[in-house]
Write a protein that binds this ligand. Structure first.
Ligand code: AP5
Length: 213
């Protein structure tokens, strides 16, 4: 089964994808992670995308579609989770076409539903490992030693786009560009809404039921 996880910034897509990879064996395709790796490695894509991402805008549909197309080719028949792609209706249409060309499809489009007040708290408290990308939260999931990743000992930092201004921008962009995907996938009959509030394990259990049914 191939799924996509979508929802507002901070809904828990990355956190839940990591659990679904670990416990259910999915491959994880995160356009946000791919773009951040490109920025870290100062590739031409990273240099081009950095400013756009830091201010909370979207990278072009064409670029992100190309990235996903390349990664899907490496997965052979492994089930995958798309996290953070598609984020616009154009991307969703592109995804349909590219998967059809590879005789694949998305089976469930899972909308992770979290209200705005919680999103701001989650995003402003997020800390990420510079080295391995593991994600933490200062209250909900702190590192054992402040500033040090539990998994690899790397230094944790706050993403530039987790500043208050960039969070506001990302929420606006989400409402105008990504929220319409709910109708897009409802019309296709594959939309599943999952409440994203509660502990990380509670949310995982809800998702596990959806992917196991
Ligand atoms: P991306 O990295 O995809 O950012 P996002 O969608 O804004 O999502 P986030 O990573 O901010 O949140 P999340 O839902 O994964 O939450 P998380 O699990 O970390 O994209 C970044 C940028 O790249 C975009 O703004 C854009 O510029 C560009 N980009 C990427 N894809 C693109 C595309 N397709 N098209 C164009 N541009 C694209 O959780 C957040 C925090 O909450 C963490 O601290 C976590 O520990 C905590 N938390 C999680 N779950 C819980 C819980 N149940 N209870 C308490 N705390 C929790």
């Amino acid at each position: 089964m191939n799924i996509l996880l979508f929802g507002p910034p901070g809904a828990g897509k990355g956190t839940q994808s990591a659990l679904l990879v670990e416990k259910n064996g999915f491959a994880h395709i995160s356009t946000g992670d791919i773009l951040r790796a490109a920025i870290k490695n100062k590739t031409s894509l990273g240099i081009k995308a950095k400013e756009t991402i830091d201010r909370g805008d979207l990278v072009s549909d064409e670029i992100v579609t190309g990235l996903v197309d390349e990664v899907v080719d490496t997965l052979e028949n492994k089930s995958f989770i798309l996290d953070g792609f598609p984020r616009t209706v154009v991307q969703a249409e592109n995804l349909d076409k590219l998967l059809k060309n590879k005789s694949k499809k998305v089976d469930k489009a899972i909308f992770l539903d979290v209200e705005k007040d919680f999103l701001v708290k989650r995003l402003s408290g997020r800390r990420v490992c510079k080295n391995c990308g593991a994600s933490y939260h200062v209250d909900a999931m702190p590192t054992k030693v402040e500033g040090v990743c539990d998994k690899c000992g790397g230094e944790t930092y706050q993403r530039k786009d987790d500043s208050v201004e960039a969070i506001e921008k990302r929420l606006e962009v989400y409402e105008s560009s990504t929220a319409p995907l709910k109708d897009f996938y409802e019309n296709k009959g594959i939309l599943v809404k999952v409440p994203g509030l509660g502990s990380m394990d509670e949310v995982y259990n809800r998702l596990n039921e959806v992917v196991s049914s």
